[in-house]
Design a protein around this ligand. Structure first.
Ligand SMILES: N=C(N)NCCCC(=O)O
Ligand SMILES: [Zn+2]
Ligand SMILES: [Zn+2]
Length: 341
């Protein structure tokens, strides 16, 4: 016989989701309490957080964009959001690296998926811009789980509507400032050229982090420089170290509104095999997480982690890495909202 009082995990149909006993800290509804409920049970939400419909207001929403119609090589990032959610069940509510309980500082939720048309890229890009704009109108900051890198463009458009041209830190193996692929302007290799052309990024404060691998030609770098991007390549960071890299990034960004876009392929394929365009010679998950923590106190207005393609993943290696990236993003935002940074 099971004792219902002491067994919150029991499968009572009566109130199964109501029995998902949640951590409540700082007056905010937090994740399912893994000390009381098996964390592998139930619906996958990011970090076992409540869904947006369970709270009156969300300060930060982690939203999925299951869409990958913009890829130039392996597809499958449309399955990224749910893979990251499933891989995020082990995240705990206190982040010792920044001495913060992000979900206690403000209301963080899983905002569900923004389902976009896979057959019409222009329509999808517009719909995402509209959806992201609605969140910002409600005072909700987004941490977006991709999806391929195309989605960074409409997300940037939405933050620029609120803040004007934003500083951009772009963590990626790739520049993603190419012009077109097969004549297409909206692809995962072109979002930041479009953003530059549209004037929605602050050309005084643009930087790629972790780039590497062969290019089409030296012109790629010349074009990129002309758009105002600085570059800390994977090799630079390996030689320079984390602290010096962080210092240079912070100097470039200052107190500008900052958007961080992180393509999971910035990590070496050993740390993130589940992605569509892998490049050897990348940074470890530790180095990337440390660089992100180094952004503490900056004015982070939006962030994404993109290009997780679970069909190429193993043992949730990539999913776990992406979940931790998103967790650091929520921590950075929550510290700012909660007045800790
Ligand atoms: N993974 C991203 N975002 N971009 C890769 C584009 C590489 C290429 O096909 O040239
Ligand atoms: Zn990339
Ligand atoms: Zn990319």
């Amino acid at each position: 016989m099971c004792n219902h009082n002491n067994s919150p995990a029991s499968a009572l149909p009566k109130n199964s989701s109501a029995r998902a006993e949640r951590v409540v800290e700082g007056g905010h509804l937090g994740p399912v309490n893994a000390a009381l409920m098996p964390r592998y049970a139930g619906l996958s939400t990011f970090a076992l957080l409540p869904q947006i419909t369970e709270v009156p207001h969300a300060d930060i929403a982690v939203v999925g964009v299951p869409w990958d119609a913009g890829v130039s090589y392996r597809s499958g990032a449309r399955f990224g959001p749910n893979h990251i959610r499933q891989s995020s069940r082990l995240l705990r509510p206190y982040n010792p690296a920044l001495d913060t309980s992000p979900f206690a500082q403000c209301q963080v939720v899983d905002g569900g998926d923004l389902a976009l048309n896979p057959f019409n890229i222009h329509e999808a890009v517009e719909a995402l811009e509209d959806a992201a704009t609605e969140f910002s109108a409600q005072g909700t900051k987004l941490v977006t789980l991709g999806g391929d890198h195309t989605i960074a463009l409409p997300l940037l458009r939405a933050v620029a509507k609120e803040h004007g041209p934003v500083a951009l830190l772009h963590f990626d193996a790739h520049l993603d400032t190419w012009d077109t692929y097969q004549g297409a302007e909206y692809t995962h290799g072109t979002p930041f050229r479009r953003a530059f052309e549209e004037g929605i990024v602050d050309t005084e404060a643009l930087c790629h982090v972790g780039t590497r691998g062969p290019l089409y030609g030296v012109r790629d770098l010349e074009d990129d420089r002309r758009m105002g991007f600085g570059i800390h390549t994977s090799r630079d960071i390996h030689r320079m170290g984390i602290d010096e890299t962080v210092a240079r990034l912070r100097e470039r960004i200052g107190d500008r509104p900052l958007y961080v876009s992180l393509d999971i392929d910035v990590m070496d394929p050993a740390y993130a095999p589940g992605t569509g365009t892998p490049e050897a010679g990348g940074l470890s998950s530790l180095v990337i997480l440390e660089l992100l923590r180094g952004l503490d106190g900056l004015n982070l207005v939006g962030a994404d982690v993109v290009e997780v393609a679970p069909a190429y993943d193993h043992a949730e290696i990539t999913g776990v890495a992406a979940a931790h990236v998103a967790y650091e993003f929520t921590t950075l935002m929550a510290r700012k909202i909660g007045g800790l940074a």
